[in-house]
Design a protein around this ligand. Structure first.
Ligand code: HAM
Length: 420
């Protein structure tokens, strides 16, 4: 097959079975988010490059090596969105909504990162997310975490996930910590992995997240972020954990959790599962009070999360995929046109109908069965002459003659009785 006939590496088609899982994940997430007052919204798939480069941090992996950035035909640098938080904040500022807080926004859609593809890690993937902009209370952080937990619960996978929680402190505590951390890593830099040596210059906090075994040994002696939190940052963290406890949301303090994007302060969290191999983080987020200012907006407290739809879809049970309720089939070649008229009439009355157009009668009935149709409506010369159709209940096998003019009404009543 021609290379161009394959999907691009790191992208994939969503054939109906997979699309059904995605739809279930997103519909469940939206319905839970609505219980918390979140409103569905969307931003464009591409933005001016600066919308991402400044808030996410030039030294973050996402900006330094993962964005799809290109000049459009007018020579403007654009970037396919690698995530939704910066775009949502840009939208709040550009729609003049910074005085209309609090805002609770939900979004879902494709994101793009040029990463090394593996199970659960794609170059075009899908996220849904919630952003709560306005409140600086730790209760907002707890509410965001609670919403994420409830979505996982309703998807039936909460028990497979653990909540890791950390405080990154305010800017001042992090600055102080960064200095002692850099001094520590400089003293052992010869033993650090290549990636961590690079990060020491650009983004030293990310070394805490290193998966390298040698780095992890060194980390045991590294200065700990919790010891450098200001009183205010500590109070905020205690407010979050007390609220989680009050709602019986299980959490575990992970002082090494820093997350990959630069805009976080105070709370950072991730729900992680063992069930997916290396890409176990299904939902992550935190507080990002400084993001608005990096985009030129006013100071706006904010907290949120995003979840990977592909990863969640791998964990849930395959939902039923949609099939039509009714199959319409002609018993003989001469009745084809008339059967089409009947199919259209049934659809107009609100029923879902597929036409079975080829094959002998037995083959058509097999097809109707395979597609899970509840009823088959059969039209042949005899039925046409009597202005009726034969309605066959596919489960019981019972056949009933129904006047064509009353077909919609009769089948509608039968399906309602069935589901009652
Ligand atoms: P993130 O941790 O970069 O955070 O991404 C959130 C989730 O998206 C991850 O936990 C993972 O499930 C999924 N994900 C990320 N990259 C990929 C990939 N290449 N393939 C498949 N799934 C992936 C954010 O994006 C922040 N905007 C979250 C946030 C919202 N923070 C505050 N508000």
């Amino acid at each position: 097959m021609m290379k161009q006939m394959q999907p691009v590496r790191g992208t994939s088609d969503l054939i109906p079975e997979e699309k059904a899982c995605h739809k279930k994940v997103i519909a469940t997430a939206l319905s839970v988010a609505e219980q918390y007052g979140f409103q569905d919204m969307a931003t464009p798939i591409f933005e001016f490059t600066e919308v991402f480069s400044r808030p996410l941090g030039a030294s973050s992996d996402v900006i330094s090596k993962e964005t799809y950035t290109f000049d459009d035909r007018g020579g403007t640098s654009l970037t396919l969105r690698p995530e939704g938080t910066a775009s949502a904040m840009r939208a709040i500022i550009s729609n003049g909504l910074t005085q209309s807080l609090p805002l609770r926004w939900f979004y879902a859609g494709p994101m793009f990162r040029y990463e090394r593809p593996q199970k659960g890690r794609m170059r075009q993937f899908h996220q849904f997310g919630c952003e709560l902009v306005g409140p600086d209370s730790p209760l907002a952080d707890a509410e965001i975490i609670g919403c994420g937990a409830q979505i996982l619960e309703e998807l039936g996978i909460y028990d497979k996930c653990n909540l890791r929680l950390n405080s990154l402190g305010d800017i001042q505590s992090r600055q102080e910590y960064r200095e002692v951390l850099v001094a520590f890593f400089r003293s052992v830099s010869g033993d650090l992995s290549y990636d961590s040596q690079r990060r020491l210059e650009t983004n030293p906090l990310r070394i805490l997240d290193s998966k390298d075994q040698g780095d992890r040994v060194l980390l045991a002696d590294a200065p700990r972020l919790p010891d450098y939190l200001s009183d205010e940052a500590r109070r905020h963290f205690e407010g979050v954990t007390a609220a989680l406890d009050a709602a019986s949301i299980r959490w575990r303090h992970d002082p090494l959790l820093v997350r990959g994007l630069d805009y976080y302060s105070h709370t950072a969290f991730e729900f992680v599962t063992d069930a997916l191999g290396a890409q176990g983080t299904v939902l992550g987020g935190g507080r990002y009070d400084g993001l608005s200012e990096t985009l030129g907006g006013p100071a706006l407290p904010a907290v949120g999360f995003a979840a990977g739809v592909e990863r969640l879809a791998l964990l849930i049970e395959q939902p039923q995929i949609f099939h039509a309720d009714i199959a319409v089939l002609a018993a003989d070649a001469a009745s084809g046109t008339a059967s089409f008229g009947v199919a259209q009439m049934l659809r107009r009355s609100g029923l879902s109908v597929i036409q079975l157009m080829s094959g002998a009668m037995g083959k058509k009935m097999k097809q109707a069965n395979k597609m899970g149709c509840r009823y088959a409506v059969i039209i042949g010369e005899d039925e046409l002459a009597r202005n009726i159709a034969l309605v066959k209940d596919m489960q019981t096998g019972t056949q009933t003659d129904v006047e064509q003019a009353k077909l919609g009404e009769t089948i509608g009543r039968m399906t309602q009785e069935m589901s009652a």
